[in-house]
Every structure is written in C-alpha cells, then in structure tokens.
Write a protein that binds this ligand. Structure first.
Ligand code: ADP
Length: 466
C-alpha cells in the first residue's frame, strides 16, 4: 500500500517541481536574465508571488488528487476488512463487489475466491459433522472418544444413558465421569478382544465393550481411543432362555421315559395279572404325558417360527367359544364342575386363526377345571368392549399366590410342580396361550386369590366390526 501511495504521490511532487520550474523560466523570459538591476527587486517579488501561488495551487491540486486516490484505494480495503470480519463471525456467504482490474481488484477477486472455498469447506465440514452426530445420536451402541490424556472428546446419548451421565462432560477425565475401574482396564488393554461387563445402575445390562485406538490419518500418530459399548442383554437372556429350555425339555422328557423304562423292565418279572395291569396303566399314562409334552413343544416351536398372519381369516368368537364349551363339558362333568358360558348375542369377530384361538381357550378352560376342586365352577364370558373383545375365564379354584403371577406365562413354570404333574400338566399351556395372543395382537391379564379362584382376562382387537 505504501508503495502504491508513493507511486501516486511521486508524479504529483514531480508535477509540482516541473510546474514551479516552468514558471521560473516564464518569469526569466519575461524579465530577461540580465535586464536592469532596478527590475531585479520587482522580479524577486513577482517571482516569489508567482512561485507561492503556483506552490499553493499545486499543493491544493495534489491534495485533492491524493484524497481522491486515497479514497479510491481505501474504499475496497475498508470493504475487504468489513467482509473479512463478517466471514470471521460466520457469515460465510459475504463477498466483495469490487471489479477493478488493478491490484486491489485482484486482491478482492482472490479474497472472494478464498471466501467461496472457505464457505464450501465449512459447509462440507458441517455436513460431515451433522451426519456424524445424527449417526452417533441414533445409535443404540454407546460411543465415547477420549484423547491421549483420556479426556472425553465425544460421547453419544446411548453412552450417557448407559452410565447414567448427566450434563456436559466434554474435556473431563473419563474415570472422573465413569467411576469404574473396568473402564481403566479396557482402555489399558485397547485393541484386544471385546470384554463383557455387567452394569447394574438404573437397570441390569450386559455390555460388550471394545476399545479401539484411533490414529491421525496423515501423521499416523495416535490421537485417542474409541470406546464402543454394545448392549448384549437381550441376546444373553435369549441364550440363557434357550439353554434353560433345552435343559427343561430334557428333564421333562426324562421323567416319563424313566418311569416307562422302569415299569416296562419290571413287567418282565411280574406274573400277577392285576399288578401287570396296573403297571401297563402307568406306562400308558406316562406315554400319554410324553406325547402331550412333545405336542406342546412342537406347538410352541411352530408358533415361534410360522407366520400365521399370512392365513388369517375372519373368526367368529361366539361360535368358537360355543365349540370349546361342547369339548370341555364332558371333562367338567366328570370332575363335577359347573361350566357356565355367557356369550354375548352380538356376533364378534377377530382376524386370526380359528384352530389356534380354540386351542388357547381349551388350555385356559382346561386349567380352570384342573385347578378347581370338585363342586366348584368355571365361568366363561364374552363381551364387546369398544373396539375389543373381552373374554373372561373365571374359576373358583385353588388360586395362585401373588409372587408367582409375573412368571406364570414362562415355559415350564409351575406353581406346584407335583400337583401340575399329577394332573397331567406339561407346564407349557400358558406359554402357548401367551404366544397365540402375541400372534393375534391381544393381551392377557391375570388376577387371583388363594382358595378363592383365578380370573384370566383376554383382550383381542376386533378386526371385522359387527
Ligand atoms: P400346566 O400344564 O402345569 O397346567 P400351564 O402353563 O398351563 O402349565 O400353567 C402353569 C401353572 O400355572 C400351572 O402349573 C399352575 O400352577 C398355574 N395355573 C394355571 N392356571 C391356573 C388356574 N386356573 N388356577 C390355579 N393355578 C393355575
């Protein structure tokens, strides 16, 4: 800028000098160099007058020129400064509209180009940042990134929820935020196989944790460690359920089989026909139990794997419940239990599978009869409740202690194992009921009082409203 000003001021100064010299020559010519001495004084005076006025004129002219030129130079610089400040404050779309072809124009052009690139880069960075944050925020896995000093640089909501972290913890030492020595061990053994840890703060969770060291892309220098926390509670629970189920099935199958085997072997040495008859009856009962058990296991597995919704049809609840009444009536009569079915006159329909619905009802009514002593009663009611059908199966039986109610629908869960077995129960009846209701989008609630009775309430969405 200084150079540029010198370039402007220099010709002006030169112009002044030349103009003054010109005036001097003109005056010399006018008065002659060697004219009379008398005139010399007048010459001096005139000369000084001319020289002074020309000097003033030149200075004024030069000042106007400089001011004009300065303003001309400073205007784009001022606008450059103001735009640069605005860009620094985040207004990346700002540009300089100065189109001169001189150096200032070129500088403005380069500045605009730089601002465009900066805007593109910032946009790109923001875009990437947004993508990264939306991925991290929507992830179920917890993610924490710590720098080489183990200060938290990034943490996603899943990780905050996992460790019950509240507020801003950025730039804080990780072990100060998560007071768990296992995190220290994991960070120490980074890049090794995932470790499983159990977290039991707000709820019980099994977490698979992995620490991966992160390096700078360009320099390959380590810049921190990424911790990933993957919740495997569901998988582990399912694995446990599966292994428990296998163990239970083996155990349930083993009991009748051992019995059958034992009696069949003893039978060889029994000559008394009455005892033989008795043994054969036991073998028959056990074989039936075995068959029921296998049937229930197959039903459960089918319910889990088959997509019943594909063959859903309009099922009339009134008619199906009537059919269940005729099937169960004999069993109830045999046990001297009063079976009372109270079905609404209004025809109610669901979208489902008729056989599975009947099987669910049979299981519940069969249980009600099974766990109600002789002389008791079982009542089944069907009513419409807004867009749902309500089916109530109520008995006056032995009831279920409160602490057993939450686990009642688990496979092989029985309140009284011996009693259930002696009644020919498999422990799978209610598990099948629950599965069928899941397929029908329904639900079941249970209320019970010991020695007073049990009430199961089924809610099913009505698909075809009558
Ligand atoms: P089970 O074949 O043993 O009857 P379920 O799955 O049908 O198996 O039922 C699980 C357990 O729930 C039963 O063993 C029994 O203890 C209890 N239970 C089910 N229904 C009734 C009921 N109506 N009254 C009392 N107890 C019941």
């Amino acid at each position: 800028m200084r150079k540029k000003l010198v370039f402007f001021i220099l010709p002006i100064v030169l112009f002044c000098v030349v103009f003054s010299f010109y005036l001097f020559i003109v005056l010399l010519k006018k008065y002659g160099l060697y004219s009379q001495v008398n005139d010399i004084l007048q010459f001096r005076f005139d000369f000084l007058q001319y020289a002074f006025s020309s000097f003033i004129f030149t200075i004024a002219f030069a000042t106007i020129l400089v001011i004009f030129k300065l303003d001309f130079i400073l205007k784009p610089i001022k606008s450059l400064t103001s735009i640069a400040t605005k860009i620094a404050l985040g207004q990346y779309e700002k540009r300089i509209d100065f189109y001169e072809s001189d150096e200032i124009g070129q500088l403005s052009h380069s500045f605009n180009l730089m601002a465009s690139r900066l805007e593109d880069t910032i946009k790109d960075l923001n875009d990437k940042k947004n993508k990264l944050y939306s991925i991290l925020n929507s992830m179920d896995d917890g993610v924490i990134f710590v720098d080489n000093e183990q200060n938290i640089i990034l943490i996603n909501p899943a990780a905050m929820d996992l460790f019950d972290i509240k507020g801003d913890v950025k730039n804080r030492y990780i072990l100060e935020v998560i007071r768990d020595s296992r995190i220290y061990e994991i960070l120490k053994n980074k890049d090794e196989a995932p470790t499983e840890i159990v977290i039991n703060n707000s709820k019980y969770r099994i977490i698979q944790t992995k620490a991966i060291s992160v390096s700078d892309f360009a320099t390959q220098k380590e810049i921190g460690v990424l911790l990933v926390f993957h919740d495997v509670t569901k998988i582990k629970t399912l694995e446990k359920m599966r292994s428990d189920f296998v163990a239970n099935v083996s155990h349930e199958l083993k009991t009748p089989l051992t019995s059958i085997k034992g009696f069949a072997e003893t039978l060889k040495y029994v000559e008394d026909s009455a005892t033989r008859e008795k043994f054969l009856d036991i073998i028959n009962v056990e074989a039936e139990r075995l068959s029921r058990l296998i049937n229930d296991i197959l039903t459960l597995s089918e319910l889990e794997h088959k997509d019943y919704s594909v063959n859903f049809q309009k099922v009339c609840l009134n008619d199906s419940i009537d059919e269940v009444y005729y099937i169960m009536q004999t069993i109830a009569n045999e046990k001297n239990i009063k079976l009372n079915f109270d079905v609404t006159n209004e025809k109610l329909y669901i979208n489902g599978d008729r056989d599975k619905f009947k099987q669910m009802m049979i299981n519940l009514v069969d249980n009600a009869i099974k766990y109600t002593p002789s002389g008791g009663s079982v009542e089944v009611t069907l009513r419409k409740n807004k867009d749902n059908a309500n089916i109530i199966i109520k008995d006056t039986g032995i009831g279920i202690p409160k602490q057993h109610l939450p686990r009642l629908f688990e496979r092989f869960y029985r309140v009284d194992k011996a009693r259930s077995r002696s009644m020919g129960g498999t422990g799978l009846g209610l598990a099948i009921v629950k599965h069928i209701l899941m397929i029908f989008n329904g639900r079941i609630d249970v209320e019970s009082e010991i020695n007073k009775g049990t009430k199961f309430t089924i809610t099913l969405p009505l698909y075809y409203k009558s």
